[in-house]
Write a protein that binds this ligand. Structure first.
Ligand SMILES: C[S@@+](CC[C@H](N)C(=O)[O-])C[C@H]1O[C@@H](n2cnc3c(N)ncnc32)[C@H](O)[C@@H]1O
Length: 274
């Protein structure tokens, strides 16, 4: 598995983030390594990487120094992707990312978009060739990834790594922000409004699992059959996100199971994690 020396402070925009961000990157780095190594020789016309909530490329982990952000982890894969497709809404972060990405040679010129992920998906999908294989890293702060965007990603063979903010946003805000609001963010993200009745039919302890279940059922309608889950939590254990890996192919799921059996602390586990 490829390891990276921590980045240096280059004076450009660096956001401070919680230590759990390093856990996301642990899984991403390991999966990128396995994916680009094992899939490069297959008969795909190219391997693409899409990052719709890309950030600035370098982050400051609270109390723990600098860390590479997801797009620059992808940019440093030992077996490079054919092309990177990166979107970031914030102008300052986008400019920092655009400068930083130029420091890493890529086979194809990266596609960089400053705007909303749910709109940028159209010009991005126009650039993804048929018979290519794509990895999409979908890491919003809250309920910002619309289901319609997943529908567009599913038009090509794409493995998905989704951060679903079940506790961070959905459960924290459902009563005041989403309940009873037609076309609320929760409706737009899940692509359905059945979540409310499904939650109400369950004890509150099961609500996070119920939302994930509704989401997975929806994603299944797009042709995905393989699902793997990881819990992303604060150091004290409070849950934040659920990482959901989705693939249409058992080979993708086997690859994920292998790389995700090593947890961020270095421990190997083999069971399903809530
Ligand atoms: C969790 S951070 C991404 C971190 C990055 N993926 C990483 O791992 O290094 C979420 C990013 O999404 C950006 N963002 C928020 N809303 C967005 C939107 N609608 N479209 C695109 N980017 C958005 C934020 O500015 C922020 O940089």
């Amino acid at each position: 598995m490829f390891e990276l020396e921590p980045p240096k402070d280059d004076g450009l925009s660096i956001e401070q983030v919680g230590p759990w961000s390093a856990h996301k990157h642990h899984f991403l780095r390991r999966y990128i390594d396995a994916f680009t190594t094992s899939m490069k020789s297959k008969s795909w016309s190219g391997l693409h990487y899409i990052d719709l909530f890309a950030g600035a490329g370098i982050e400051r982990l609270r109390g723990n120094g600098l860390d590479w952000g997801s797009p620059l982890i992808a940019a440093q894969a030992p077996h490079r992707f054919s092309r990177l497709h990166l979107c970031e809404l914030d102008k300052t972060k986008f400019q920092a990312l655009s400068t930083r990405i130029g420091g890493f040679d890529q086979p194809g010129e990266p596609q960089l978009l400053n705007g909303d992920a749910n709109q940028a998906i159209d010009p991005i999908m126009n650039q993804i060739p048929e018979r290519s294989l794509t990895l999409a890293f979908l890491d919003p702060y809250g309920l910002h990834l619309h289901f319609s965007t997943l529908q567009k990603l599913a038009q090509r063979r794409t493995d998905l790594v989704i951060f679903f903010p079940d506790h961070l946003d959905a459960l924290r805000n459902w009563e005041n922000v989403y309940q009873g609001k037609p076309d609320s963010n929760l409706d737009r993200v899940l692509g359905t409004d059945v979540w409310y009745d499904r939650m109400m039919a369950e004890p509150q302890d099961n609500w996070a699992a119920t939302l994930t279940q509704v989401y997975a059922e929806q994603i299944r309608t797009l042709g995905y059959s393989q699902f793997e889950y990881e819990r992303i939590a604060r150091p004290q254990g409070q849950p934040l996100y659920r990482l959901i890996f989705c693939s249409a192919d058992k080979a993708g799921a086997h690859l994920w199971q292998r790389v995700a059996s090593k947890k961020p602390g270095g421990q190997y586990t083999f069971g399903f994690e809530q």
